[in-house]
Design a protein around this ligand. Structure first.
Ligand SMILES: [Zn+2]
Length: 263
């Protein structure tokens, strides 16, 4: 288990990352991402090890729609899903908070993020979390021509396969809550039977303050919910402990998306 990063330095890093707020938004309202800031590459921990875990491929869930926004409303479980981009210090801080509370999360990684921080793939999987595809460059995927959109999906899939032996368990399109029929078809062609949407938006990428992030989630979350969250923002790191406490108080278990959907 890696040492957890110092909380305050993670927060400082998060604040710096938040200077680029909105550039990494998943939501339809988010701005197009600027080119990744050319910060000097921090010393990565070890390069990604070849996967020692069994590779888990995407699968089709019988009875579930092509685009999944939530799981069964009948079990007290929820899935916290993260846009995987931004400063790896905030990513590690979020993962550490989740693990402290016994939560498992789903990370949809951006391909360029994996290129810059390949060790994050193993870090996520070693924590018992799920890792999936959030396109190669995080563009407005629904608006791209077919060939380019497909390349965005397969580009990230190739990185995931190289780093982990699998294209990942889930695909979530970038810059949108909902995939167009074309994007769903392209995802299927790339090996993802479903696209993963969500029914609860934390709006953490707007940096509204941790209290607002918590309110946005706890105001609407219920059994079966899939929550959209983001790595790379200090508010998210701050919101995690109280949010996880509140979920525990409501007896809602934070599980991986696969667990949420597996009867
Ligand atoms: Zn995103």
């Amino acid at each position: 288990m890696p040492r957890y990063p110092d909380r305050r330095s993670a927060l400082r890093a998060g604040a710096a990352a938040a200077a680029g707020a909105l550039t990494a938004a998943c939501g339809a309202g988010g701005a197009h991402p600027a080119a990744a800031p050319a910060s000097p590459a921090p010393a990565e921990p070890a390069p990604a090890r070849p996967a020692r875990r069994p590779a888990v491929a995407p699968r089709r869930f019988a009875g579930q729609p092509e685009e999944i926004a939530h799981g069964p409303r009948t079990r007290p479980e929820v899935a916290l899903t993260f846009h995987g981009n931004g400063d790896p210090a905030t990513a590690r801080a979020v993962l550490a908070e989740a693990e402290r509370a016994g939560a498992r999360v789903t990370v949809l990684a951006v391909g360029t993020w994996l290129d810059a921080h390949p060790a994050m793939a193993a870090r996520i999987l070693d924590g018992g979390h799920e890792l999936g595809n959030h396109t190669q460059r995080h563009l407005a995927l629904n608006d791209l021509p077919e060939a380019e959109a497909y390349a965005e999906i397969t580009g990230c899939a190739q990185r995931l396969r190289r780093l982990t032996g699998s294209i990942g368990t889930w695909f979530r399109p970038s810059h949108t809550q909902h995939a167009t029929p074309l994007v769903r078809t392209l995802a299927r062609r790339a090996g993802y039977p479903h696209v993963l949407s969500y029914d609860v938006d934390s709006l953490d990428f707007t940096s509204p303050g941790a209290a607002a992030v918590i309110r946005n989630v706890t105001g609407t979350i219920r059994s079966g919910s899939v929550v959209s969250l983001h790595f790379g923002y200090a508010d998210t790191v701050d919101a995690m402990p109280p949010l996880l406490e509140e979920l525990a108080r409501r007896k809602l278990r934070a599980v991986t998306t696969t667990e949420l959907l597996t009867p």
